[in-house]
Design a protein around this ligand. Structure first.
Ligand code: ZN
Length: 275
């Protein structure tokens, strides 16, 4: 090999090494960016935005904050539908909070009903079906199948249509005054699961009364989430055992209802003209 050939070979090797180093470096940096991007997504997923609405009765008559008229309820569902909301059960929201590979609809919405009132089956359920909406119903063990409340068969029908059930205790007492927390929290879950033959994932605190000890009990008795009261639509793992629910009352005007949503209508004329 001549000296010129040797020099050419050395230069060629050097170029090869530099080329390899540069492309490896870029690839490595790219990988590092991908990792940090994933971390950012996970961090964002820790807070999920989805309003959780709370209703009790959908019926005319009684002058009580717990009774929302069917006409108002229909207007509220219609507004949510026109704004592009999609209902998800509480269990799906909880899954998404734990697992960032769970994809939620663009505007997720959770509708809940407490106590298991019969008018929910008779009136709210058919209205919601028109909009392909489903809900999560919090049943009280001792109320199930009694007068004015849903029956096992009605509940099974709603579950077949995509509804979910949760426990709202065995006898609807204030948990601080309960004789047995295990009866109210654990037994109610086992009772409902056996009666309706479906899993019970979450617990709604009667009267929204809650503290850290009760949250710990709810967790230890096998629930994946606890539902409370509040005004926020933002949920994190820290609030998992007292998820904020926006209570819709008899006198909640559509304008006010819209204002409580994370994605709102700007058709103020329509909102003001509504009942
Ligand atoms: Zn209740």
């Amino acid at each position: 090999m001549s000296i010129q050939q040797r020099i050419s070979l050395i230069i060629f090797s050097l170029l090869l090494a530099v080329g390899f180093y540069v492309s490896f470096g870029i690839a490595y940096e790219g990988k590092a960016n991908a990792v940090s991007a994933t971390r950012t997504i996970q961090k964002d997923r820790a807070a999920i935005i989805a309003p959780i609405l709370l209703y009790h009765h959908i019926a005319e008559g009684e002058d009580s904050r717990y009774y929302v008229s069917p006409a108002r309820f229909e207007q509220q569902m219609s507004l949510l539908y026109s704004l592009g909301y999609t209902t998800i059960p509480v269990s799906r929201l909880v899954e998404a909070m734990h697992d960032d590979t769970v994809i939620l609809p663009a505007r997720p919405l959770v509708v809940t009903f407490d106590d298991g009132n019969l008018d929910v089956y008779q009136t709210a359920y058919p209205i919601m079906q028109k909009y392909a909406f489903t809900a999560t119903m919090y049943l009280v063990g001792k109320y199930l199948n009694s007068e004015g409340f849903v029956s096992t068969d009605q509940m099974r029908e709603m579950i077949a249509a995509g509804w979910e059930i949760g426990s709202h205790s065995m006898s609807h007492v204030k948990l601080f005054e309960a004789q047995s927390l295990s009866d109210e929290i654990l037994e109610s879950r086992l009772f409902l699961e056996e009666k309706i033959d479906t899993p019970v994932y979450s617990f709604a605190y009667p009267f929204g009364i809650y503290d850290a000890m009760l949250a710990e009990k709810v967790k230890s008795y096998g629930y994946r989430a606890g539902l409370g009261l509040g005004t926020s639509s933002e949920h994190t793992l820290e609030s998992l055992f007292y998820l904020s629910r926006i209570e819709i009352k008899q006198d909640t005007h559509l304008y006010e209802f819209n204002a409580s949503l994370p994605w709102k209508s700007t058709d103020y004329l329509y909102l003001r003209m509504s009942n």
